[in-house]
Design a protein around this ligand. Structure first.
Ligand code: ATP
Ligand code: ZN
Length: 286
């Protein structure tokens, strides 16, 4: 039988939708009907397993799955023999320590001798050790944020994105212990055939990510401003310069990185650019 890459993704939860969307953007078509545990792609040598995120690192370590998509927090917490192959840039969140809002707070030393509830005992233990704080860790698997109000713990260590869950439970965030995003994990032991499929997948992921991180930009500029504008827009190799029907004017096309985007736009306007259009890029292969 032809080899396929087995990719484990979260069955239902905060990673599911973005994981499926990313694979589809890579041109991989598959049917993910509700309740399905396994599905095979129509047009790419891959099979998908839908699992609880907590189980994914273990399945990847055992070789049941070749790859998995999980939060970096879970990838590190589980301490399995797996590597992070690619950062995926979605489901960004942080793991933070929080305490009741009305409690005063000075430093991490305030946790000395306290009880902390968390679903991430290993990450928390490492953080406390690095900060030379001795505290007792209560591992609980869900609804960590209610632990202080029911007297189970003095503080918690949990995932935060906007902080609204903490707020509605009367808690305040006092330390960030880990920054996370979705990652693709895998293991070193694999066959040459699977290695080749992985290479293809990584090539596609890279093209999708680069596309997301860049914008295509078109603008008009008087001929005398062209040289200055071209210097502001390095592009992939160099910008395209086309004459407009009106003499003395050019249309300039290029690619700009999202991070520098607004800064570049301002400089372009100062340099004399007009009629600036910004267009999303679906895939970018350099
Ligand atoms: P499962 O049922 O698969 O065990 P779960 O309840 O453990 O799911 P989710 O809440 O779906 O997990 O979160 C999955 C991952 O998404 C987390 O490990 C974390 O990396 C990320 N995540 C969690 N909460 C947020 C958030 N508020 N914003 C962004 N990302 C988050
Ligand atoms: Zn989970």
């Amino acid at each position: 039988m032809k080899e396929v890459l087995r990719i484990a993704i979260q069955k239902s939860g905060r990673l599911s939708e973005s994981s499926l969307a990313l694979l589809k953007e890579c041109g991989i078509k598959f049917d993910n009907g509700v309740g399905k545990l396994k599905t095979i792609a129509y047009n790419f040598p891959a099979e998908f397993l839908f699992l609880r995120d907590d189980d994914i690192p273990g399945y990847v370590e055992d070789g049941v799955a070749d790859l998995g998509i999980v939060g970096e927090n879970v990838a590190v917490e589980k301490e399995k023999d797996v590597q992070i192959i690619k950062r995926l840039g979605f489901s960004k969140c942080r793991l933070s320590l929080a305490i009741p809002r009305d409690r005063e707070y000075y430093s991490v030393r305030d946790f000395q001798g306290k009880n902390i509830a968390t679903s991430y005992p290993r990450l928390l233990e490492k953080y406390l050790r690095d900060n030379q704080v001795q505290a007792s860790i209560h591992e609980i698997s869900g609804s960590v944020e209610i632990a202080p109000s029911i007297g189970l713990a003095d503080g918690i260590c949990d995932i935060v994105s906007s902080g609204s869950t903490l707020l509605s439970n009367g808690l305040k965030e006092v330390e960030t212990i880990f920054q996370s995003e979705a990652v693709m994990i895998g293991q070193q032991r694999t066959t040459p055939a699977k290695e080749a499929i992985l290479k293809q997948l990584l090539f596609r992921l890279d093209a999708v990510q680069k596309g997301k991180n860049n914008k295509y930009i078109l603008l008009n500029a008087p001929a005398e401003a062209t040289e200055r504008i071209v210097r502001l827009l390095p592009g992939m190799r160099s910008p395209t310069v086309l004459p407009l029907a009106m003499s003395g004017w050019n249309s300039i096309h290029s690619v700009v990185n999202e991070d520098r985007f607004w800064e570049v736009i301002e400089q372009l306007r100062e340099a004399g650019a007009e009629g600036i259009l910004v267009v999303p890029i679906e895939k970018m292969i350099v």
